[in-house]
Ligand binder design. Structure first.
Ligand code: SAM
Length: 171
């Protein structure tokens, strides 16, 4: 009896993992895949973002929420927007575990996020998204807002700081 209970639980867990995996693969085909930043890069991005207490800071395509958590630890009102539901719930668990009440993660397509009022926007996107993101952020961000991009460049904006693969743009 005990054996069957364990076997059924194991089967349910394996099925859940499989469903999550399928969701991640399908969602990845629609945009930037989930490739999390290493912790050293997370720290570098947060430092270059120059977060001040209370800043609205947004990670567009927030993956497992590691950057959202780091920005919140630095005093930001941190927001993450992520398309993959499994990653959204994983991020929320991470924020809860760390007791970060000044952070939230929503399941939302990043193109529909209104970034008005954000002082910091971070992204680790995909080359084909950079043109559209530049136009979106140009419209929504106020002068002085900082955009920190890992890996990929905007077509027209000039970075004010380049450190390895990280570029900082000041709107
Ligand atoms: C390269 S990962 C970066 C994750 C996280 N920002 C980090 O640095 O660790 C890109 C993330 O963007 C998400 N993503 C891709 N297209 C998206 C979209 N249209 N809206 C919201 N999230 C998206 C992917 O699911 C993935 O988790």
């Amino acid at each position: 009896m005990f054996f069957w209970l364990i076997a059924i639980l194991f089967l349910i867990l394996a099925l859940l993992l499989l469903v999550a995996l399928v969701f991640m693969v399908v969602a990845s085909l629609k945009g930037a895949p989930f490739v999390p930043m290493g912790q050293a890069l997370v720290e570098q991005v947060v430092e270059l973002a120059e977060i001040k207490t209370g800043d609205r800071a947004i990670d567009l395509g927030s993956g497992d929420g590691r950057l959202v958590a780091a920005m919140a630890r630095h005093g930001a009102q941190a927001e993450g927007y992520e398309i993959q539901l499994f990653l959204v719930w994983w991020s929320r668990w991470r924020l809860y575990r760390q007791g970060l009440r000044n952070a939230l993660v929503q399941q939302q397509n990043l193109w529909q996020v209104d970034c008005t009022g954000a002082r910091v926007v971070t992204l680790y996107a995909f080359p084909s998204m950079m043109d559209g993101l530049e136009r979106k952020l140009q419209k929504e961000l106020a002068p002085g807002a900082r955009v920190v991009s890992l890996g990929f460049v905007f077509p027209n904006w000039q970075p004010s700081v380049i450190k390895g693969k990280v570029r900082v743009y000041v709107r």
